[in-house]
Write a protein that binds this ligand. Structure first.
Ligand code: 164
Ligand code: MG
Length: 366
């Protein structure tokens, strides 16, 4: 992506940030704990350009998540440094947030939004230079629950038009998780794609038990069954015959090991890309292009973010050729948001904004 290098086009940039706190509509229960609110920073970069009458604005979002990114305090300190450094141009601002992934996500997104807006191009075409894309497929995200609650939640998502659902597992014993998936498969029939995400909860033995049962239930993807460190274990699960047909996805492990080590170990069929945790949509996009060449499938997900980061992730997904259903339908998990959502959901598809830049408006509190 050109943005990683050519960052000094704007003159007289100003970077400001505002803090926010968003409650979830109902807490998302996972094996790694409960997510009940999302606190972070909305970033705005305003640039004057060589043409004196012209002013361009870009928005970014830094929404740290414990265990995935820097802390809120470190994120704020990085944004504060960037707000000073930007007097010396965008490169200096980027250097100030280089080590803090959520802060870097916000600054790079704001710059990309600003530049795409000035080009009068939707963000996904600015970053990908690819064809027009109208929609990207998305999955519903279903938290932990009893077998009954799970079957009901998935059925409701299917009624809302989703044909792919990702279910959180690993918070209960493996037998109960298998029962949850059995009950769900019976309720929704064979045509709905079911994925599961264990968030590192299982031992190798537990993962094998689950995998064999999930193969019988036509589960398509098992995400991060083992601790992030267990690359060899994930590689062995890919070869485990009773689990054939279930793809193994790495999520947390990508942050710990990087792409090279995962490929070398043969640990993944699928990589989950969270731009907030990776340091920006530019980095996530580079990883997507790289792993597609190695026949690993990239999937984009949010970290349950506000509308600015979520829409950035939708543009990222739209810039990746043949991307499968992505974890981008997370707006409804929030009770409140930073502004109006420009991304409509239609029958399990996110409608990609075609306005210039991100296409997010009215988020800045004056
Ligand atoms: O992928 C999705 O459907 C939505 C995003 C999602 O599941 C997650 C977001 C943030 C933290 C995690 O618990 C979780 C994940 O592990 O993928
Ligand atoms: Mg995951």
């Amino acid at each position: 992506m050109t943005d990683r290098v050519d960052v000094n086009r704007e003159l007289d940039c100003k970077l400001e940030y505002q803090s926010f706190s968003l409650e979830l509509a109902s807490p998302l229960e996972t094996a790694a704990g409960t997510i009940d609110s999302r606190d972070g920073f909305l970033v705005r970069i305003v640039a004057s350009t060589a043409n004196e009458d012209e002013q361009a604005v870009g928005y970014g979002e830094a929404t740290p998540l414990a265990g995935w990114t820097e802390s809120i305090a470190d994120c704020e300190a990085a944004l504060e440094r960037a707000s000073v450094a930007i007097e010396n141009g965008p490169t200096a601002a980027l250097e100030a947030v280089e080590e803090q992934v959520a802060a870097r996500h916000a600054v790079t997104l704001a710059l990309a939004d600003l530049r795409a807006s000035r080009e009068a191009t939707p963000l996904y075409r600015h970053i990908g230079r690819g064809p027009m894309v109208g929609r990207v497929p998305v999955n519903a995200t279903i938290g932990d629950g009893t077998p009954d609650e799970t079957a009901r939640a998935v059925s409701e998502a299917v009624d809302r038009g989703f044909d792919c659902c990702k279910i959180k597992v690993g918070a209960r014993d493996v037998e109960t998780d298998i029962e949850r998936l059995q009950r769900t498969r019976t309720a929704v029939g064979p045509d709905v794609e079911l994925r599961v995400d264990a968030n590192e909860a299982w031992t190798y033995t537990e993962a094998k038990t689950a995998l064999a049962a999930f193969a019988d239930l036509d589960v398509s993807i098992l995400e991060q069954p083992l601790p992030a460190g267990a690359l060899e274990g994930h590689a062995a699960l890919r070869e485990f015959e009773p689990g054939e047909g279930v793809a193994i996805a790495i999520d947390e492990g990508l942050l710990e090991h990087g792409v090279d080590a995962i490929c070398e170990a043969g640990a993944a069929d699928v990589l989950v890309l969270k731009p907030m945790a990776l340091g920006g949509i530019d980095i996530a996009r580079q990883i997507a292009a790289w792993v597609q060449e190695l026949e690993i499938t990239p999937i984009v997900t949010t970290t349950i973010d506000g509308v600015v980061a979520r829409t950035g992730a939708v543009h990222l997904a739209a810039s990746i050729p043949n991307v499968p259903a992505c974890g981008l339908a997370t707006a409804s998990l929030l009770a409140d948001d930073l502004g109006r959502d420009p991304v409509l959901l239609e029958k399990g598809l996110a409608v990609v904004p075609q306005a210039k830049g991100l296409g997010v408006e009215g988020v800045w509190a004056e």
